[in-house]
Ligand binder design. Structure first.
Ligand code: H2U
Ligand code: ZN
Length: 353
């Protein structure tokens, strides 16, 4: 892993170009020369950083009453409950409700869950110890297995919104699960692309991609024996990363004990680097992508996680997805290579922020 001998054509570091995302079939416009433009726009407020270990007013802390009226148990590890304001409701498979040729709708049954990562109000993923992070990986796997085994559930999306900037409603460390009948569009596109690649080569798309990344090293942020983290060649967000399992398994359920520890470890190391980048509790949306739970085998599927952080150049300046991005396609200024080099240079220790 060195910054020497980059294998990309020199123009990709300097001239406007588009990059192709083979996981989604979408393009991103990269404008490296624009990274130095002056900024006089919006600067975000920083949320207060000191939090108590237990907040009597927090609806996720142990023993407290939630907004829906239920009371949380005095939990000591992770705690999962049905979302009191769920976006999906249980029911049978959705029937088409075609109002007219151009007005198509479909009922969508599903289940929404909330996962508290820790009883501690003041700890987020980068602050948890190895056992705490492993507990989070285990509960993700358990929920995926349990929800995915229901006949009406075809896909399970596990994710976390972290920080006010990402619309997170409460600083207590938590994530969500939306499990539903249909495959949502993002993972559906990945399923199709991974299927095409597997059909052509008999290897998963991400196994072939990871090999390229490790040969070059230029976009690799960190790795252990079981997982690697890269800023993908086609990254849209300034410090977007992709966490890839070394063994091409379709879901968390095929990970052995050491691999689960390996995933927990890279999540801790990555999120601590993120916190150290701008010296703040780093906001992001992140989630696990794994095989659909439609009862069919998915050898094309390769377990991975996406991290999408909004921050661009400091703790207070975020990237906006507006204008050209809304009407044309995503665009970035800083190259993925330079973002990876910055993340690679950071310490993995806690509290460097
Ligand atoms: P976010 O912070 O990522 O929005 O997640 C919080 C979720 O917790 C949100 O979906 C749910 C909200 O509906 N919630 C409850 O289920 N019970 C509560 O008492 C408050 C919040
Ligand atoms: Zn994905």
């Amino acid at each position: 892993m060195t910054d020497a001998s980059p294998r990309l054509p020199e123009t990709l570091y300097e001239e406007p170009h588009r990059r192709f995302n083979p996981l989604t079939g979408e393009w991103v416009l990269v404008s490296p020369h624009r990274a130095k433009r002056p900024w006089q726009g919006q600067v975000e407020e920083l949320p207060a950083e000191t939090r108590p270990a237990h907040d009597p007013a927090c609806y996720l802390c142990p023993g407290n009453e939630r907004a829906g009226g239920h009371r949380n148990p005095d939990y000591t590890g992770t705690f999962v409950f049905d979302n009191d304001f769920a976006a999906l409701r249980p029911g049978g498979a959705g029937a088409e409700m075609n109002v007219a040729e151009l007005l198509v709708a479909r009922a969508e049954p599903g289940v929404c869950r909330v996962i508290c990562f820790s009883p501690r109000h003041d700890l987020s993923l980068p602050d948890l110890d190895a056992a705490g992070l492993r507990g989070v990986v285990d509960v993700w796997a358990d929920e995926y297995a349990r929800l995915g085994s229901r006949p009406e559930i075809g896909y399970v999306q596990i994710f976390e919104n972290k920080g006010e900037m990402m619309g997170c409603s409460n600083p207590h460390p938590h994530g969500q699960i939306w499990a539903q009948h249909s495959m949502p569009q993002g993972p559906a596109r990945e399923t199709q692309r991974m299927g095409e690649h597997f059909g052509r080569h008999g290897r998963t798309l991400l196994a072939d991609y990871l090999r390229l990344e490790e040969e070059s090293g230029e976009r690799v942020v960190l790795a252990n024996d079981h997982f690697a983290v890269v800023v993908p060649f086609w990254a849209v967000w300034p410090f977007e990363t992709l966490v890839i399992a070394r063994r091409p398994v379709p879901s968390l359920l095929e990970l052995d004990d050491a691999e689960r520890d390996g995933l927990a470890e890279v999540i801790g190391r990555l999120t601590r680097r993120y916190d150290n980048l701008f010296g703040v509790s780093f906001p992001y949306s992140a989630g696990v992508h794994q095989a659909p739970t439609d009862g069919r085998p998915h050898p094309e599927w390769h377990l991975h996680m996406h991290f999408y952080p909004p921050l661009l150049r400091s703790a207070t300046v975020k990237k906006f997805m507006v204008g050209y991005e809304m009407l044309g396609e995503p665009q970035r200024d800083v190259t993925p290579e330079s973002s990876a080099a910055r993340l690679r240079a950071l310490p993995e220790t806690r509290g460097a922020r």
